[in-house]
Design a protein around this ligand. Sequence first.
Ligand code: ATP
Length: 359
Amino acid sequence: MKVRLENISKSFEKGKSILKDISLMIDDGEFCVFLGPSGCGKTTLLRIIAGLEKEDTGTIFFNDKVINSLEPKNRNIGMVFQNYALYPHLNVFDNIAFPLKISGEKKEKIKERVLQISEFIGLKEYLDYKPKQLSGGQRQRVALGRAISRSPQIFLFDEPLSNLDAKLRMQMRTELYQLHKELGTTSIYVTHDQVEAMTMGDKIVVLNNGIIQQIGSPFEIYENPSNLFVATFVGNPQINLFTIDSLNLNDDSSSLNQKLILNFYESLKEILQSNPVKIAIRPENIFLKPVFPHSIFLGKRKILTIEYMGNETIVNFEFNKELKSFRTNEKIHLNQDEYIDIYLNQDKLIFFDNNNNKI
Ligand code: ATP
């Protein structure tokens, strides 16, 4: 099922707009993630698609049919929430069977379907258990089972993994993704967790203050952020920011490398003419040696902290009294307070104008 939103707007109080002119398209079978900080309107948008909230303006299409006036129960969607929303007095069997009973399925058919689903979600042995006898991960699987029982055409997930601990979350992320691949059902997934968005999404819609900031694949969002908000919201450690003045490199250490600086300005002449005010670079594009044809020497900088993570090391250093970071997977020995040479890969710089849009 394709989902298309055209010019959706919503406010709960007069003058306080929660969603502003949202237009987007989700392809059949796509896994689309709404990503953004708390309060940006993700859940409201999901609830509008579900029919649980009424949009003020705009049109919702499922395939090419306008469905604005359809009741939630007639939209053929399966929803999974953060708090599982299971019926505590019903066992696993009856929780999964509930939507089927409501829709008047025959008893035998229900039994067959619940057994099939419980096998699918790995809870066949737990059909008699009540929710409180299950772990968080198992409860969320029951919620999933209930959502898929009626074979909906669209899945809507509202931060379904945020009540789980880190390890379980990772495991459930994989399970959910596999489930999606197996069923091939169009899915919309709300999260403020960029790792979830990056690892699961075919397409990410980044929202802030009720406005779409960018729509793209995880690769596009990370490598080619359309504005400063997206650049800084996605990526951990956060992307490094420099003002154009600070990279003017007029402190003493930079004069060590005038040739590189000249080279820098020469090859960036055009972009500099459009008056960038901010320059950004991801931590993996900063090095201890000039390994690229176009490197910028940032001078000798003091290491503030070192985060050894096993497969990689994150080094935080000082630049103009600000903390900047790079990551390396080289097995090098560095010490806190040590001064190190820092080089930026010039080809990986991202420039933003005074409206914070990418140049
Ligand atoms: P979170 O990640 O914290 O769940 P979100 O991006 O999903 O945030 P929403 O839940 O959509 O954000 O809320 C967006 C804004 O709309 C918030 O400021 C919230 O207070 C407001 N809001 C949501 N529902 C209502 C409502 N029923 N009545 C009034 N205001 C509401």
